[in-house]
Design a protein around this ligand. Sequence first.
Ligand code: MF3
Ligand code: CO
Length: 266
Amino acid sequence: MIHIKSKEEIELMRHSALLVSQTLSEVAAMLKPGLNTSSIDKFIGTYIADQGGVPSFLNYHGYPFNSCISVNDVVVHGFPNSRELQEGDIISVDIGIYKNGFHGDHAYTFMIGKPAQETIDLVRITKESLYKGIEKAISGSRIGDIAFAIQDHTERKHGYGVVRELVGHGLGRQMHEEPQVPNYGRRGTGPKLKDGMVLAIEPMINLGTREVFTEADGWTVRTKDGKPSVHFEHDVCIAKGKADILSNYAPIEAAEKKNPNLFSDY
Ligand code: MF3
Ligand code: CO
């Protein structure tokens, strides 16, 4: 069943979503070569608690950290660890926050120093594809229209690999609600979009093969060919027939631009 949220519930969801955006902007400000991803996760845990929230991912089906931090060929669900960030790395930081009964859940991929041009292009195109998908998050269209828009921009136009095993999702009192929001599919198929639905739209796009595997830790998803993968995610509500993005990349992008350790001119 797809839960329809009231106006009041949407505002609570916006609050949770904006807390995630704010946390990601703090992360953007701290990123630098030599920093290990475990220290980023610890910061995230403290910051979320200070804002009166709870990290949605911690203990979710046994997930053992506050956030997912996925570097280079890690697609999603990367464990924060002692590896130090290096120039040329790309790092997806995915954060969920539960507050006032609702979850916010989104992600942003940052570039440390200047990665290879083909990686920079992948970051740009994946972010563009997220917005192409969001353009279709309007009443009357269907989940398949969002899915097709993302796949068309990444796979058909640029030859990238669209991960099939992982998908976006409905968001609300539960972190994962119906419907599933794949990044591949056919126009005019799937559930119809209506006012009051909230979707986490999250393209996971690989430079090379779309094929992935899960490490022995049961979580870390990597590309089979070891090439990089990019992940962006927004929380989107359908309101008055239109897409209303509850999360906000503006503070993240501002912090990214201000941080000389990050490549943001793409
Ligand atoms: N954004 C991811 C998702 O929607 C984060 C979940 S990580 C988990 O699935 F650890 F909580 F599973
Ligand atoms: Co998600």
